[in-house]
Structure formats: structure tokens, C-alpha cells
Write a protein of this length. Structure first.
Lengths: 691, 620
């Protein structure tokens, strides 16, 4: 590395904490050179694994800490706390008469669950920690009854006595006026300054009290842990000698400062998967793709996201575990199918694959660590989709044990050959993934054939070929380092924040003055945020978004506001865009029906300079990249297929399936009829000649 | 009924003589005539995905609040010969849905692109059980053959009839419950007959809403048709048909196996009561006798009371009872699809014409929901008898009330608000608090106040309604609404007030709900549980209280800490905790006096199998 680059603080570091490993990537912005490091995650205190990884990547790159311009991080701290129900004692202030809104929920047994057998999940906040406060605002924001301030003081004392760590304040219709919530927060901070406070009108000023309550409650629930965690991270970063800001990935696919995350930690609930989506978008757009479907296949699950016109798809109807979160987040379909998914045959002859996973321990049978039930990885090995070693030869796989497990547990009881049983396991796993791929594409009105598939995660490039073929997708783009794409996504991410508010307007009688005023208020909030994040003027983007529906419908679609001002023409153009979107997704539009705007949003983006990756040297003789052959099951027979070392494939190298491409963090499988060409920036573009 | 242990699913095991699959394509079929075990799983996944996709479309685009917020709809896929293969809902497995179309339109007259539609309860022999439910059906062709049928089903807000919402306890015949659509051909080869729809819309008080619903349902069934055609292409029609049969057999085999585990040969009885028909008659009793002998299972309901003048009659299809038992036994095990196989547990159900379960035309049916819920409870009672109490306890019927009137701006409104109840405790868990039905959601208060001239004052758990037990029954709900319109008419449907849901195996009965106007004020009025025509005026407060579910197991076996948690949380009051659970609190009521509790619990009140007012061995 040249000295002047280091002095220019031109290095950025991305740290993606996963369940098993922490992946760290360092990018030299000047040269485009990338270094990757992997360290074991440390779930008891993830900041330790974080620091180990950063230290390691600094060491192997030789980049001094003083050259680091920023550190970006994807975290699962909030996610795990919510999924494992391990938050601290959290309280809630609610409108009198509405103590049980979260307990009652939507009074439903979820669709597809059984009335007799389903057990209602325990809420993160217990009813005895919910205090009811008199005072009422109506749906237009008018005060009907004054706030009972004495009751808030009493509640604050009771919270302190009960050992409440954090509290959420959720009053009815606070999206229309937050006056009562703000006053209640003031009093709480005065009486019990040690308690962390979340206002529903800050986190999500959108109507429907259960969803708003749950979002605010989860924010309060993870606040203490996330605050402690980011404080530790800042210490760790400082201890390593790094003097630049730390930023965290949000569920919406942008990063934000530690300051924002402390206030709205629930926005990091999908931090990890969002980083993967951003990474897929970055690699794809670097190769000239604008429409992509990213699939991240790990040991236990697969996360699928869609990128259209260079933008990662978002949803306002996301969930974390059992709970709705009404904030914009990456529209991800997650299913319990991955490399460790266990194949099992029931006594009545039903073959299932997943959602149970052998995980990292004991792992697949072929890892030889005590796993006895066959997994997806074992099926790949039996079919020759994996060489009998991983991680550059340092880790041998036990083919015989994998074969035995599939033979005795699946093939013999079903009366079929081991190979057919292994193919069956993969087809069932692929079928689940195809279902999830369809959810984000076909069900959103997109034709997957117009998209390129970007498979990543340790197991993604093994399944990419068969999944793309099943979906009729002709192009597959395998990232340069598929196993650590999320960390690369962090490096490619921009600052981002969303500001939304419910403001109901009908297409036959819109009050454009009010609509304009609410947009202006949201924009002021967005600009203040950009100021606080010190985003230079030329790097700022604001975008208006509206959620619309036909009158009497219950589900909104978000479209971009059509125009620079809030006037009749822009309103009409936005309504027309809604008709078109409704028709694309649901197959029909209703231009004879009144349209309602329910919630409007302003998205603020602070754009960082786009990272430039270094180019590969041109390819030489590709025969020199063949390091081995495997016996692969292809078309009813076993064939000898070449194994390429990806590090030895230069730009322009062309390879044809059937073959394997091995690298440290992943293995790529090309099927017969698929041809791969190595791109200048390292991605492998596979074209399927049979589709 | 096969002898226990005769597991038909064995037939899906095949000799391993086929060739290795010659393609990596996920969807490729195998050579040969049958469907192999792998393809079977792929087709099951594809069917569940298609149902999910159709239902998502309905949920997101329909307009009736019944559909959009309360989610009263489902989609289904049927075999070419009309048996249910896949759905997400409780309904549909009872048979006859496709036959109702074929009875009018012979199979050889059907064409690709046709859409059929009905809501005719008597005409469909009880497939549809009240008129607001609309069924849209498309036959899916492969060549000249029908390989499958796709169905979309939803409860529309208002289809005409005596009162807004089409349902009223004042109805005395089915003509007062809205326009009846016999099975009709809504589309011929893809072309919709708009005249039929114009007649339908003209008969609704909220035509824009049901127009939106029709569009949503039609888009959904057409989507399902497209998916099924794709599947037929991907797997070949004969493979698809074979897979459908195997999926049904698989569910049937498992349901029969589980039935055999639960019901030893013998005779089992259960009795349930509906309080009233809303017209001063009642209670009405359902009397079930299940006769299990080797090779034959008979359910005799003929001792059930005569049909009611009011609309609580439940026109029950011949396989409904069997499907209810099968659904309970399969209990949502995802390996087994919810299909017509679940009804394979009973060989014959005797239904007496003229009884509450088989009323003569044109008896009104609108409020059959209360009787349906008692029917489900009767089936639980049979399981309890057969297992010595290893069943769920009983539940209240989900509650609905209507407020209809004219707002200050002159527009007519209809609020049909469903309110959750408590469900029965289980041998392994508490009953669920505040549940309506699977996939049926409440109206958020912030939605109600945006749309109706109503203000929600309270929405909370109704304490003490869950029956005491080792596992507590679920609690009902209190919902209090202030009327902001000049005047409106109130209709309520709250059952199980006279005869609350039973507890089992030592668990105690639930406490009931009720309805009061202006509670605690000088002008307080009690409204009968099932009633219509009650006038309310601006400023009146309507309090709806719903009942709970029964408890399971001896209340003294519930951990004192759980009892305390229930008291602190507001599910249980201290006096009931002390009386029913035998716990003793410290003076401040914030903790348990362990020694005093142990002393009190040393003397255990004796119990019997059921509790309904008192401990008893039989339901009466």
C-alpha cells in the first residue's frame, strides 16, 4: 500500500456479526483492494468478536488504524433479544382503558395455525408493567380530555419501585398529535431520569394501535442492550486507535450514526439481512445489472430480497418473529432451508428437509463432528457438488459417512438409490427456496425472468444454478466473495433515514394544503437529521413516498410521489401510479373507485462515494486453474467434472458446466448448459443456455 | 373405518425400480404413472404456495371489513372429482362444494375460463351455511379434462335482506337474510356476465364495497387457475392427480390412526346448549352419541332439539362433524394438509331433518355461528369422554355485534364488530385469551374512529372469565363504545351466558359475558345476549363483555406463581384466586404466602370429569 493513501484516511471497514462467524472486510477506497477476515462470533459479548475481527483485518492489510475513514456494522443484538425474549423489565404507558391492546393483539390465531393447538406467544411487556393514563386525543389530533399528569408521576414512582429499565409511551391517535406523549415523556424524565423512554409518535407515527404499540415496545425492549452494546463498540474502536465514526446498518438498507441507533434501536432488527441485500445490489450494479434477486443461503436459513431499478425493495409490513414492525424494512422472505437443514423421513413415509438444522454443531454428517442425520450439505457431497475438502483443503469431508446416512435413513426406506435420494433432498430444499423466491418476485408482480439471481452466503452458489433454472432466470451473478457479501454490503451502503406519518386524504376531496404541510414537516425532520449526520449538501437526496389504497381496502401500496411539489397535478400523477402498481401486483386496477392516501413518508439519503473494486488480471490458460476433478452425478450418470480454483481464474476466463469453482468461503456449482465468464471486478456471470 | 393401525400412507412407498432422474430441473416429473415421494412433497409445497398467494391477494385487495380487517375468507384447491386438497381454513373439508355446481351444470358443459358462483345454503346442501358467504369456483382444464378446481370464499358485508349486514336475530326465514345466488355461471370462457353482478350489487346497501370484493375474489381464483395450470404443465396432469389422491390419503390415514388412539370401541355422549334463538326460544340442545365399533364409526346427532324459529339453525353438511373431529386430531401438524382426508374418521353421521342441525327450508340460518361453536365443543366433549379428560376444555362462541345508523353527514353506516372470546385450556397450556377465530382480526380502535361515528372507550381483558384449572381457560374481552351518531340500531350475538363453557379433568367452567348499555348509570339497560332492534342514541355507551374458556386440571395444581402473575396482570381477581385456586396472598396482595397456601391446598376439593356450574360426570 502506498503511504499517501493511508494518510488520506481512505480505508473503510465493514463488520458483519453472524451467528457463528464475524466477517470483516477492509476496502482501500483509492486502490479498490479488499481484505477479508473471519473470526468466531462471541455471542456473550459480540463486541469482542467485532474487535478481534477489526484487529485481524488491520493486521493482514497492513493499514494503520489512523487510515480508517469509517467503520460500518451489521448487528444481531436487537434481533436476538427479540427472538429469544431476553430483554429487561420493560414498562408501558397507555391511554386509560387500553391496557390490554398488546395482550389482545389482533385477536387472531394466525392464518394457517390451528385453533385448538396454537399457543399465544408471551408478549415482551407484561400487563402488570403497563400503566393507564387518563387523557384523550381524537383521530384528528384534537384533545378530548386533558392528560392526567399526576397519574404519570405516580406511574413513574411505581416503575422505579418495580425496577423498570425502559418504557414505551403509546397513546391513542398519537400519530395525529403527539402532545400528550411528549408531555408524558417530559414528566417521566423529570421523575425517573434513569428510565429509557420511547415515544410511539417518534418511532412510528402511523395508525393502527397494536402495530404501533408493538414497534414502540420492541424499541424500548432492546434500547438498554443496544445502547450498552454500541457504547462498548465505540470503546473497542477507540482502543484500536480508530478515530473515525462508527455506523450501524438499519433494516431499511442504509446506515446511520450511533446517535440515531440509540434512540431508535428497533430499526436495526433486520440489520444483517439488509446488509446482504445492499451487497447483492452493489455487486450486481457493478456488473451492469439493475434488476436482481439476492438469495443468501447459510447453514440454517435462506434470506431472499429483490432489487428493482437498482433499488432494494422495502416493506411496511415486516415481522420479527411473532411481532409486526410497521417501519420500512428490506422486504425479505426468510425460510428455514440451508446447508445444515436436516432431511428426515417420518414413520408414515413423509420426507421433509428442514426447518430443523444441524447448524454449526454438530453440523452435517460429513463434517465428522457427531452429526448423524443427513443434511443438504451431505446430499451435495454425495452428488459430487462439493470436493471432498473445504477451506482450501484444510478441512476434509467424510463422503462415506454422508453416503451411509442418506442410504440408511432415506434411500433404503424409500426403496431408491442413494443418488436419487440425495437428488430428492436437494429438490425439496430447492422447492422451498423457489417458493420464497416467488414471494418476493411473482407475488409482487415482477417476472423473475427479467432478473439476475445473485446467490451468496456459504451455500448460495451451490443452489444458484438449479434455482435460477427452476425460476426461468437466465443469468446468475456470483459475487467475488459470496461468503462475506454482507460485509461488502456494509462498505457500499449510504446513510439513510425514513420519516413517516399518517395523513388520510381521499382522491375525490384531497386537502392538499394539509398534505403539503405534513410533507414539509417530515422534510424538516429529514433535513435536521442530515444536518446532525453532517452530510454535505451535494450528497443529500430527499424522496417523497405515499401509501395508498382504494377506499375501503385495508392494505396500502407505497409509491413514489410524482413531482417536486404537492399540487393537484402531482397528486393525480401519484394516484395514477398507484392504479398502475395495483394492476401490476394484483392483476386489476379500479379507476372507478376512490383512492385514499393513508401514510406519507420522506426518505433521506446521504450518499457516500461509491467504492471502486480493483480489477482482476486478464485470464491466462484456464487449464492451469483446474486443481482437481470430482465424480459428479449428471444426467443419470456419473461424470468426471473439473474443479477450478477461483483465485486462479482471471478476468474473461470462460468455464462451462458441469464443473465446480472452489474458493475459501464457498463453492460454485455450474450445471450442464451453464457457462460462466469471470468479470473484470471479480464476479462470475453465469448464463444458462437451456433457459 | 379401518381397524386402527391400517395406515394407508404405506402405499406411497414404492419399489426402487425407477431410473435415476434425468434432469436437474426442480419440477421435472419421473417416468412412470405414479407420483414418487419426492414429487409428492414438491406438489404439496406448490399447493400450499398457491393457496397462500390467492389468500394474500384477497386479503390485500378486498373491501368488506369482514374480509379486510376480520379476514373472514379463504381459498381452496380441489381434485378434478371435487375433493378438497388444500386450504388454510377450518372450512371446506366437509364436501359437496363442487357437486353443487355439477348438479346444475353437467361436467360436459363446462369450458375453460368458466367461473361459477353461489351463496345458496339449501341449494348447496349446507356447503354455504349463511348467505353473506360467497363462493367463486373455476374448473382448471388440461386438454379436455378437469384436473382441478380452484375456490375463493369470503363473507361480504351486505347482500341485502332485512337489516344492514344481512344478518339479524329477528329473521324468520332465509329470504330475509339477503339475495340468494343459486349456482350460476358468472363467466363463460373468460367473459364475465356483468348483468348477474349488476343484479347483485343493486341488492346491496353497500354496492361499492361488494363490487371491490367481487373483483378481489375473481382476481384470486384466476390467479389460482394460472398456478394450477402451471403445475399441471410442470408435473403432468396424471402425476398431479395421483399426488392429490396421495395427499388426501396421507391426511386420512393419519387422522384415522389418531382417531383409533383416542377412541377405543365403545359409546360416547356429549350434550351442548345454545342459550336462545334471539326470539324468546331456548335453550336448544345438541345431543351427540358416537358409536365406535371395529370397522365402523357412527355419529348420531338425531336426538338434537328441533329447529329454531330464529336464525341459529346450522345446516350441517354430512361430513362436517367428521371434519371437526379430524381437524382437532391433526391439530395443525404441517406434514398433513388440511384436506378432505380429515373427514375420513367417521363412516356415517345421522342428521335428523327438522332438527337444529338439519332444518327444513326456508328456516333462517344467519346466526349459525353460535351453533357451530357448540358443535365444536360437543366434539371436544366426545374426546374428553373417550380419554378421561385429555382434551381441550370448552370455549365461548365468538361474539359479534352490529351498530347500524345514519351519521351526522347523512351517510349510512354499518359497523359489524367481532369480539374475541376465551378458548379452552389444554392438557399442556392455558387457553388463549381474546381470540376470535383463525385469521380473523379485530378492528383497530384507530380504524373504528376514522370510519364510524363511534368512539372506543375501553378495550380490555374481562377478568375471571377464564375457567380455573391447572391450566387456566382463556379470558374474554370487554369492549366499550360510545355512540356519536344521532341514533342507531344495535344487534348483539353473545351465547353461552346461560350455560357457560365447561372445564375438564378438574378444571372449572368459564364465566359468561353479556351486554349492558350505560353501565353504572341511572339509565343502565341490560341487552339480551342474542337480540336485535335495540335503539341507542348519541352519548349512549355500549359495553360488550365476552365470556371465557373452561379450565383444565385441578386448580390447586396450578403453580402459585402463575396465579399471582394472573392477578397482577389483571386476568384474575384476588377473591377468585383465593376461592378457586386455594392461594393465600400476603397483606399487600403483591406476593404469595407460601406456607398458608400449602396449608390451604392440603385439603383438595373433589372433582369430576366435567365442571359446568358444578362438577359432573356427563354433559347435560
Amino acid at each position: 500500500m502506498s503511504a499517501e493513501v493511508r494518510d488520506l484516511r481512505n480505508a473503510v471497514i465493514g463488520v458483519d456479526t453472524g451467528g457463528t462467524f464475524t466477517d470483516v472486510t477492509l476496502l482501500d477506497l483509492a486502490s479498490g483492494q479488499v481484505w477479508n477476515a473471519k473470526t468466531p462470533s462471541t455471542p456473550d459479548d459480540p463486541s469482542r468478536g467485532f474487535a478481534d475481527g477489526v484487529a485481524k483485518v488491520l493486521e493482514i492489510s497492513g493499514v494503520p488504524a489512523s487510515a480508517v475513514a469509517r467503520v460500518l456494522h451489521g448487528t444481531t443484538v436487537a434481533t436476538n433479544l427479540i427472538l429469544e425474549n431476553k430483554g429487561p423489565k420493560t414498562g408501558m404507558l397507555v391511554t386509560d382503558g387500553f391496557k390490554f391492546v398488546v395482550e389482545i393483539g389482533r385477536q387472531d390465531v394466525p392464518r394457517g395455525e390451528n385453533l385448538h393447538a396454537w399457543v399465544k406467544p408471551r408478549r415482551p411487556i407484561r400487563p402488570q408493567h403497563i400503566w393507564q393514563i387518563r387523557g384523550r386525543i381524537d383521530h384528528k389530533g384534537r384533545e378530548l380530555h386533558p392528560l392526567d399528569e399526576a397519574a404519570i408521576r405516580q406511574a413513574a414512582d411505581a416503575m422505579v419501585a418495580a425496577g423498570i429499565v425502559a418504557v414505551s409511551i403509546v397513546f391513542l391517535h398519537s400519530y395525529a398529535s403527539s402532545v400528550h406523549e411528549r408531555r408524558a415523556a417530559e414528566i417521566l424524565r423529570e421523575v425517573a431520569p434513569e428510565i429509557l423512554v420511547t415515544l410511539s409518535s417518534d418511532v412510528m407515527p402511523v395508525f393502527r394501535e397494536y402495530e404501533r404499540s408493538m414497534t414502540a415496545n420492541l424499541n424500548a425492549y432492546v434500547m438498554a442492550a443496544v445502547s450498552t452494546y454500541v457504547a462498548r463498540l465505540e470503546d473497542r474502536v477507540r482502543d484500536l486507535g480508530i478515530r473515525s465514526p462508527l455506523m450501524l446498518m438499519k433494516s431499511s438498507g442504509g446506515v446511520t450514526s450511533v446517535r440515531t441507533v440509540r434512540q431508535r434501536p428497533v430499526e436495526t432488527a433486520l440489520s444483517g439481512p439488509a446488509a446482504g441485500g445492499v451487497g447483492a445490489n452493489f455487486v450486481g450494479s457493478s456488473a451492469g445489472e439493475t434488476n436482481m434477486i439476492g438469495i443468501d443461503i447459510g447453514g440454517t436459513s435462506a434470506d431472499i430480497s429483490l432489487i428493482y431499478n437498482g433499488e432494494l425493495g422495502l416493506t411496511d409490513h415486516g415481522r420479527i418473529g411473532d411481532w409486526p414492525i410497521g417501519l420500512p424494512m428490506v422486504d425479505i422472505a426468510t425460510i428455514g432451508a440451508g446447508g445444515g437443514s436436516i432431511a428426515r423421513l417420518s414413520s408414515s413415509g413423509i420426507l421433509t428437509v428442514g426447518p430443523e438444522s444441524a447448524g454449526a454443531a454438530p453440523g452435517p454428517v460429513c463434517y465428522g463432528r457427531g452429526g448423524i442425520e443427513p443434511t443438504v450439505t451431505d446430499a451435495h457431497l454425495v452428488l459430487g457438488h462439493l470436493p471432498p475438502y473445504l477451506l482450501g483443503g484444510s478441512f476434509r469431508l467424510d463422503l462415506e459417512a454422508a453416503t451411509d446416512a442418506i442410504r440408511t435413513r432415506i434411500a433404503q426406506p424409500l426403496g431408491m438409490s442413494v443418488e436419487r435420494a440425495a437428488q430428492g433432498i436437494l429438490r425439496i430444499a430447492d422447492n422451498s427456496m423457489v417458493g420464497a423466491l416467488r414471494i418476493v418476485s411473482v407475488e409482487r408482480g415482477f417476472d423473475p425472468r427479467d432478473f439476475a439471481l445473485v446467490p451468496f452466503g456459504g451455500a448460495g452458489p451451490l443452489h444458484g444454478g438449479s434455482l435460477a433454472r427452476a425460476m426461468g432466470m437466465r443469468r446468475i451473478l456470483v459475487p467475488p466473495a459470496p461468503g462475506v457479501l454482507s460485509a461488502l454490503g456494509l462498505l457500499a451502503s449510504n446513510l439513510k433515514a425514513e420519516f413517516a406519518r399518517t395523513c388520510v386524504q381521499r382522491s375525490d376531496s384531497p386537502d392538499l394544503a394539509i398534505l403539503g404541510e405534513v410533507f414539509r414537516n417530515l422534510e424538516s425532520a429529514a433535513i435536521k437529521w442530515l444536518d446532525d449526520e453532517q452530510v454535505p449538501a451535494d450528497a443529500r437526496t430527499l424522496r417523497r413516498v405515499a401509501s395508498l389504497r382504494y377506499q375501503n381496502q385495508g392494505f396500502e401500496l407505497s409509491v413514489t410521489w410524482q413531482g417536486d411539489s404537492v399540487d393537484a397535478a402531482a397528486f393525480a400523477a401519484t394516484i395514477e401510479d398507484f392504479h398502475v402498481t395495483h394492476e401490476r401486483i394484483y392483476s386489476f386496477a379500479q379507476r372507478d373507485t376512490i383512492v385514499e392516501i393513508t401514510t406519507i413518508r420522506v426518505d433521506a439519503v446521504g450518499t457516500f462515494p461509491r467504492p471502486r473494486l480493483s480489477e482482476l488480471a486478464p485470464a491466462g490458460n484456464i487449464r492451469e486453474a483446474v486443481t482437481d476433478t470430482v465424480s459428479m452425478v449428471v444426467d443419470d450418470a456419473r461424470v468426471e467434472a473439473p474443479v477450478y480454483n477461483r483465485d486462479l481464474l482471471g478476468a474473461g476466463a470462460e468455464i462451462a458446466g458441469p464443473c465446480l469453482v472452489v474458493q475459501l468461503d464457498s463453492t460454485v456449482l455450474l450445471l450442464p448448459g451453464q457457462v460462466g465468464v469471470v468479470q473484470r471486478l471479480g464476479a462470475l456471470l453465469v448464463t444458462d443456455t437451456t433457459v | 373405518m379401518n381397524a386402527p393401525g391400517a395406515d394407508k400412507t404405506d402405499t406411497i412407498r414404492e419399489p426402487g425400480k425407477r431410473m435415476l432422474n434425468t434432469s436437474a430441473d426442480v419440477g421435472a416429473g419421473f417416468a412412470g404413472t405414479g407420483c414418487d415421494p419426492i414429487t409428492l412433497e414438491l406438489i404439496q409445497g406448490a399447493m400450499m404456495a398457491a393457496v397462500g398467494e390467492m389468500e394474500a391477494l384477497i386479503e390485500r385487495t378486498a373491501m368488506s371489513p369482514f374480509i379486510r380487517e376480520k379476514k373472514d375468507f379463504h381459498a381452496g384447491i380441489y381434485t378434478g372429482d371435487g375433493r378438497l386438497v388444500a386450504t388454510s381454513a377450518l372450512a371446506g373439508a366437509s364436501g359437496g362444494l363442487i357437486e353443487a355446481v355439477l348438479d346444475v351444470f353437467p361436467r360436459d358443459t363446462l369450458r375453460e375460463g368458466d367461473i361459477y358462483w353461489y351463496n345458496d345454503c339449501y341449494g348447496s346442501k349446507g356447503v354455504v351455511t349463511h348467505t353473506p358467504d360467497q363462493v367463486f369456483i373455476i374448473p382448471v382444464f388440461s386438454g379436455a379434462e378437469i384436473v382441478a378446481w380452484v375456490e375463493g370464499w369470503a363473507h361480504f358485508n351486505d347482500v341485502g335482506g332485512m337489516r344492514p349486514g344481512s344478518l339479524s336475530s329477528d329473521c324468520t326465514d332465509i329470504y330475509q337474510e339477503g339475495i340468494i345466488i343459486p349456482p350460476v355461471r358468472l363467466a363463460r370462457e373468460g367473459v364475465i356476465n356483468d348483468d348477474l353482478l349488476r343484479i347483485f350489487y343493486r341488492n346491496s346497501r353497500f354496492p361499492e364495497m361488494i363490487q371491490g370484493d367481487v373483483r378481489a375474489l375473481l382476481a384470486a381464483v384466476r390467479l389460482g387457475q394460472k398456478r394450477l395450470k402451471e403445475c399441471a404443465g410442470r408435473f403432468r396432469p396424471e402425476i398431479l392427480t395421483d399426488a392429490f389422491n396421495r395427499l388426501i390419503d396421507r391426511t386420512a390415514g393419519e387422522a384415522r390412526r389418531r382417531f383409533g388412539d383416542v377412541f377405543q370401541p365403545g359409546e360416547y355422549n356429549a350434550v351442548e346448549a345454545v342459550d336462545s334463538d334471539g326470539q324468546g326460544n331456548g335453550p336448544f340442545r345438541l345431543r351427540y352419541r358416537l358409536e365406535v365399533s371395529p370397522g365402523r364409526v357412527l355419529l348420531d346427532t338425531s336426538a338434537t332439539d328441533d329447529q329454531s324459529p330464529g336464525p341459529i339453525n346450522f345446516l350441517m353438511g354430512p361430513k362436517v362433524a367428521a371434519a371437526t373431529l379430524g381437524d382437532y386430531l391433526i391439530a395443525g401438524d404441517r406434514r398433513f394438509m388440511h384436506n378432505s382426508g380429515i373427514a375420513d374418521v367417521v363412516d356415517e353421521t345421522l342428521l335428523r331433518p327438522g332438527s337444529l342441525l338439519q332444518p327444513h327450508f326456508p328456516a333462517p340460518l344467519g346466526y349459525r355461528g353460535v351453533t357451530l361453536m357448540r358443535h365444536i365443543s360437543a366434539c371436544l366433549g366426545l374426546v374428553a369422554r373417550a380419554t378421561g379428560g385429555q382434551s381441550n376444555a370448552s370455549h365461548s362462541a365468538y361474539v359479534i355485534y352490529y351498530v347500524r345508523g345514519k351519521a351526522d353527514d347523512g351517510s349510512y353506516f354499518l359497523m359489524s364488530d367481532g369480539v374475541g372470546v376465551g378458548y379452552g385450556a389444554r392438557p399442556y397450556a392455558d387457553g388463549n385469551d381474546a381470540i376470535y377465530l383463525p385469521a380473523n382480526e379485530n378492528y383497530p380502535c384507530e380504524f373504528v374512529e376514522h370510519v364510524y361515528p363511534m368512539r372506543v372507550l375501553r378495550y380490555e381483558i374481562n377478568p375471571d372469565t377464564g375457567g380455573a384449572g391447572r391450566w387456566r381457560g382463556g379470558c374474554g374481552v370487554i369492549r366499550e363504545i360510545e355512540v356519536l351518531a344521532p341514533e342507531a340500531m344495535l344487534s348483539v350475538r353473545i351465547d353461552s351466558i346461560v350455560t357457560p363453557p365447561w372445564g375438564v379433568n378438574g378444571g372449572m367452567a368459564a364465566l359468561p359475558g353479556g351486554c349492558v348499555i350505560n353501565p353504572g348509570m341511572t339509565n343502565e339497560r341490560v341487552v339480551p345476549g342474542i337480540s336485535d332492534g335495540t335503539m341507542v342514541y348519541r352519548g349512549d355507551i355500549i359495553r360488550i363483555m365476552t365470556g371465557g374458556g373452561g379450565g383444565w386440571g385441578h386448580p390447586y395444581d396450578r403453580e402459585a406463581e402463575r396465579v399471582l402473575e394472573d392477578v397482577l396482570g389483571g386476568f384474575l381477581t384476588r377473591p377468585r384466586a383465593e376461592a378457586d385456586y386455594g392461594v393465600v396472598f400476603t397483606a399487600d396482595g403483591r406476593s404469595i404466602d407460601a406456607a398458608a397456601t400449602a396449608a390451604r391446598r392440603a385439603v383438595r376439593p373433589p372433582t369430576r370429569l366435567f365442571h359446568q356450574g358444578q362438577y359432573q360426570d356427563e354433559l347435560e
